[in-house]
Design a protein around this ligand. Structure first.
Ligand SMILES: [Zn+2]
Ligand SMILES: [Zn+2]
Length: 379
């Protein structure tokens, strides 16, 4: 526990005499490690990381399949059900079979990845939080110099607010808080705001950054490999043309690929993102499951106005659908999350969406309206 006796007089005295400054950093707590337990009692984290993306894939695909079969949202369809039958060059059976093959490869690769990881241990969180608090304390050391660059005298300001705002005075002085001491000892201690900020960094900001960097790595990996598959004729005909047998994508066609392409593009891409961002197995499980959900959504065949996955990222089913059309196949290579590579490298489709269902319906409506007004005029 930290004992804070906010003594303005103490701060003022400390400011007055540099030798009284408590220059020592708060000590880091000791810790002992023990193996991390599993999230659920009925399945190990290892198996959860391997099976969750597969389960999520089929559950979400069946959900979209039900929407398709029951024709619940015809107004948001990108193509008609007839187009799925007439324009696709792969049967539903072939698609499901190849997806399962890819998922078997994915599970074995995931197992190899998990085995290559050191055993996960817990018990170090408080220590790591204290390390972040130390970094925050050290960052405050440069505040006087930074303010000096702006022509401000940090010491003078610190002294002037030491009575009214002792915390601010301590920060401005370079993170010196002589009034903060661990209970029962004279050792310096962290302030509550330093520990709170350190906890937020450790438990929220760092994992969020790992997730965002992983998304960037996966998007980058997929964009360039996908684009290469379109520029290299051999790679296209040997591997990637299989995915393009689906001119009208549907949810469980998302991972319909040649097994080698599926391994290189999806499995390896996600594995590299996981390794480079040094995620834990649990973080990796969330990332793999989320990537799976996103790629299904990108192939779902619907442009929903209320689907959060289609709203929070620039890539979505309507965007990727363009790439599945003969007129858009040389554009929109980005997948599965964002479209910045298409934007930066000028491969975003800019032409008309010639066969979008919505456009066609709008044209049909306009024709109907014109015919109606003509008939009114004649009567
Ligand atoms: Zn393609
Ligand atoms: Zn696709």
């Amino acid at each position: 526990m930290v004992n804070h006796t906010f003594g303005p007089a103490t701060v003022a005295a400390a400011m007055a005499n540099d030798t009284l400054h408590d220059r020592g950093l708060p000590p880091l707590p000791s810790y002992s490690l023990e193996p991390t337990g599993d999230v659920f009692g009925w399945i190990s984290d290892f198996w959860l990381s391997l099976l969750l993306p597969v389960v999520v894939y089929w559950v979400m695909s069946l959900f979209f399949h039900a929407i398709d079969v029951l024709d619940l949202f015809p107004q948001y369809r990108l193509h008609t059900p007839q187009e799925i039958l007439s324009r696709n060059h792969a049967s539903r059976y072939e698609v499901a079979r190849d997806v399962i093959v890819q998922q078997v490869i994915q599970v074995f690769t995931g197992a190899a990845l998990a085995f290559s990881e050191p055993a996960e241990m817990r018990g170090k969180a408080d220590y790591d939080v204290a390390v972040w608090a130390t970094r925050l304390r050290l960052a405050q050391r440069v505040l006087p110099s930074l303010l000096g660059l702006l022509g401000l005298n940090a010491t003078a300001i610190s002294k002037s607010v030491s009575v009214s705002h002792p915390l601010l005075a301590g920060a401005l002085a370079g993170g010196y808080y002589p009034f903060a001491a661990a209970s029962g000892s004279s050792a310096p201690a962290f302030l509550p705001w330093e520990l709170l900020a350190a906890r937020v960094i450790y438990h929220l900001l760092v994992p969020a950054l790992q997730f965002l960097v992983a998304i960037f790595i996966l998007d980058t990996w997929q964009y360039f490999l996908h684009r290469l598959m379109h520029t290299n004729r051999w790679m296209y005909t040997t591997f990637h043309s299989r995915h393009h047998r689906l001119y009208v994508p549907y949810a469980y066609g998302a991972l319909y690929n040649h097994p080698i392409e599926g391994f290189l593009l999806d499995t390896l891409g996600a594995g590299i993102a996981f390794k480079l961002t040094r995620m834990t197995v649990r973080q990796g499980t969330c990332f793999f499951a989320f990537s799976t959900v996103k790629t299904i959504d990108d192939h779902c065949g619907y442009s929903f106005p209320w689907d959060p996955l289609q709203l929070i990222t620039s890539n979505n089913a309507a965007y990727h659908d363009v790439h599945h059309q003969t007129w858009g196949i040389k554009a929109n290579f980005s997948q599965p999350f964002f479209t910045f590579w298409d934007t930066l490298l000028g491969t975003k489709y800019k032409g008309p969406r010639a066969d979008r269902l919505a456009d066609r319906k709008r044209r049909e409506k306009a024709v109907d309206a014109r015919a109606e007004s003509r008939s009114k005029q004649t009567t």
